[in-house]
Design a protein around this ligand. Structure first.
Ligand SMILES: Nc1ncnc2c1ncn2[C@@H]1O[C@H](COP(=O)(O)OP(=O)(O)OP(=O)(O)O)[C@@H](O)[C@H]1O
Ligand SMILES: Nc1nc2c(ncn2[C@@H]2O[C@H](COP(=O)(O)O)[C@@H](O)[C@H]2O)c(=O)[nH]1
Length: 219
């Protein structure tokens, strides 16, 4: 699915799909925003959803807010790379912006649940790097959902009651980060991305680079 772009050192590299998942409220959105602000060559995948817009959310930036018939049409038209029902609403990743970003040499960041991550892995295992974010405790998770002040008590109760099930998928992920402190968790997630970008098998330009180095040494 991915084609090559250039790494910061000029060596051509396959783009990667960097996935963050967690129980609701553990900090994916917070960490995603920091990654997008501070890491170059990384584009956020904006999901489509049938969930109602929260105060402060912007259509087209936080999500593409669509109605159920439009979402169904996207599924039928194969416009989504993956999709799932989460907390009674539909969520999915529009395919074309992801493919365009990868072919222009960018990596793509996803804030999606375990069902979507499984679907991406089935499609492009070698290009998916997945990170599961855990909260330090159940009490912290609940506090964070309340402090976000964007969901009703009923919605928060539902999300808390799903948290254990969400978390049961932690072992399917490549990396686990415990989000005690935002700065520390960000530093860990950033290190994972930096290291994954350097992986030999992704750096398709290395053969040519090393050959050129050898030619210089021999000539
Ligand atoms: N390490 C942290 N310490 C304290 N508060 C945090 C920390 N990380 C995130 N938060 C806060 O917790 C709340 C939930 O975070 P966030 O919205 O990033 O979670 P999320 O995993 O994206 O949730 P959802 O799956 O529902 O979208 C926010 O108010 C955020 O500012
Ligand atoms: N499989 C997918 N899951 C997604 C997508 N976009 C978001 N999500 C996940 O849904 C829940 C709830 O999100 P919220 O914004 O309503 O709090 C959360 O776990 C997200 O990661 C998607 O495109 N596909």
């Amino acid at each position: 699915m991915t084609s090559g772009g250039h790494g910061t050192d000029g060596v051509e590299r396959r783009g990667l799909m960097f996935v963050l998942s967690s129980p609701s409220g553990a900090g994916k959105t917070t960490l995603s925003r920091l990654l997008i602000d501070r890491m170059s060559g990384l584009k956020m995948s904006v999901s489509a959803t049938t969930r109602p817009m929260r105060p402060g959310e912007v259509n087209g930036k936080d999500y593409l807010f669509v109605d159920k018939p439009r979402f169904e049409a996207m599924v039928k038209g194969d416009e989504l790379l993956e999709w799932a029902t989460v907390f009674d609403n539909s969520y999915g990743t529009p395919r074309s912006p992801v493919e365009a970003a990868l072919s222009s040499g960018q990596d793509v960041l996803f804030d999606i649940d375990w069902q979507g991550t499984q679907q991406l892995r089935e499609k492009a295992r070698a290009d998916v790097v997945s990170v599961f974010i855990l909260p330090p405790s159940a009490a912290d998770l609940e506090k964070r959902l309340h402090s976000r002040a964007q969901d009703s008590d009923e919605v928060i109760r539902k999300r808390m009651s799903r948290a254990s099930h969400e978390m049961s998928h932690w072992a399917e992920y490549d990396y686990i980060v415990i989000n005690h402190d935002v700065d520390e968790a960000f530093a860990e997630v950033q290190s994972i991305l930096k290291a994954e970008r350097l992986k030999r098998e992704r750096r398709i330009g290395l053969v040519g680079f090393v050959r050129a180095l050898q030619a210089q040494l021999q000539g």
